[in-house]
Design a protein around this ligand. Structure first.
Ligand code: AP5
Length: 211
C-alpha cells in the first residue's frame, strides 16, 4: 500500500501521542495532531469566526472543545499536504467525523482502550520536554538524564480539575465517534492498558495487517 492513512482514537491520556510518535518513526508518515496545532496557535484571533471566545486558549484551559470551524480548517490543510499520516485528536464529535469522511479515506482506525482511573493517573503524572517534545511520566517513564528531568514541564490542562472536565467532554462528545466507526465495521480495538512497548506491538501488527 502507499503510505498508510491511520486514525488513532482514544480518551485523553490513552497514549495516542506516545504511540503516534512510534508510528511516524516506523512508517514514515506525518503526525497530524490537532492538540499540538492548537497549542502552537493558542492565542490566534478567532473572533471573526463567530465563536464564544476570541482565542483557542480560553476553550483549552477549561478542557472544552475548540469550535469545529477552527479545527476542521487545520485538519483539512494538514491532510491535503500529507503523503500518509497518523491523525491524532480528531474527530472529537460526530460533526467532525462526518467532515473527515468527506476529506479522506482511511486505511486503519485504531482505538486505544484504557479505564478512566488509569487515564487520570497518567495525565496528572505526564510531563513534557519542551526542547524535544518527548513525553514522560513521573512514575511510569521518568527520564534518565537529570538535566532533562530538571526542564520537564506539565501541560496547562493536566491539572486534576481540568482532566476531569476533559474526560466528561470526551464521554459526551467523542464516545459517539467510536460508535460511528464501530458501526462502519472499521474499528480496531487495542488494549491500551498494557505497558507502552506491548501496546506498540499490537498497534504495529494491526497496521501491518491492514497493509
Ligand atoms: P489533545 O492535545 O488532543 O489532548 P487529548 O486528546 O486530551 O490527549 P492527550 O494528548 O492528553 O493524551 P494522549 O492520548 O496523547 O496520551 P499520551 O501519549 O500523552 O487536546 C487538548 C485540547 O485541545 C482539548 O481539550 C481541546 O480543547 C483541544 N482540541 C484538540 N483537538 C480538538 C478537536 N478535534 N476539536 C476541538 N478541540 C480540540 O500519554 C499520557 C501519559 O501516559 C504520558 O505521561 C505517557 O508517558 C503515559 N503513557 C502512555 N502510554 C502508557 C502506557 N501504555 N502505560 C503507562 N503509561 C503510559
Amino acid at each position: 500500500m502507499a503510505q498508510p492513512r491511520i486514525l488513532i482514537l482514544g480518551a485523553p491520556g490513552a497514549g495516542k501521542g506516545t504511540q503516534s510518535q512510534k508510528i511516524t518513526e516506523e512508517f514514515g508518515v506525518d503526525h497530524v495532531t490537532t492538540g499540538d496545532a492548537l497549542r502552537a496557535n493558542k492565542d490566534m484571533d478567532i473572533s471573526d469566526m463567530d465563536t464564544e471566545y476570541d482565542t483557542p486558549r480560553e476553550y483549552m484551559d477549561q478542557g472544552e472543545l475548540v469550535p469545529d470551524a477552527v479545527v476542521n480548517a487545520i485538519v483539512d490543510e494538514a491532510l491535503s499536504q500529507a503523503d500518509g499520516f497518523v491523525l491524532d485528536g480528531y474527530p472529537r464529535n460526530l460533526e467532525q467525523a462526518e467532515e473527515l469522511d468527506d476529506m479522506t479515506d482511511l486505511d486503519v482506525v485504531l482505538y486505544l482502550d484504557v479505564s478512566e482511573e488509569e487515564l487520570v493517573h497518567r495525565l496528572t503524572g505526564r510531563r513534557m520536554d519542551p526542547e524535544t517534545g518527548d513525553i514522560y511520566h513521573v512514575e511510569y517513564n521518568p527520564p534518565e538524564d537529570p538535566e532533562v528531568e530538571a526542564r520537564l514541564e506539565q501541560r496547562d490542562d493536566d491539572t486534576e480539575e481540568t482532566v476531569k472536565e476533559r474526560l466528561r467532554v470526551y464521554r459526551e462528545n467523542t464516545e459517539p465517534v467510536i460508535e460511528h466507526y464501530e458501526e462502519q465495521g472499521d474499528l480496531e480495538r487495542v488494549d491500551g492498558e498494557q505497558a507502552p512497548d506491548e501496546v506498540w506491538e499490537d498497534v504495529k501488527a494491526t497496521i501491518e495487517d491492514a497493509a
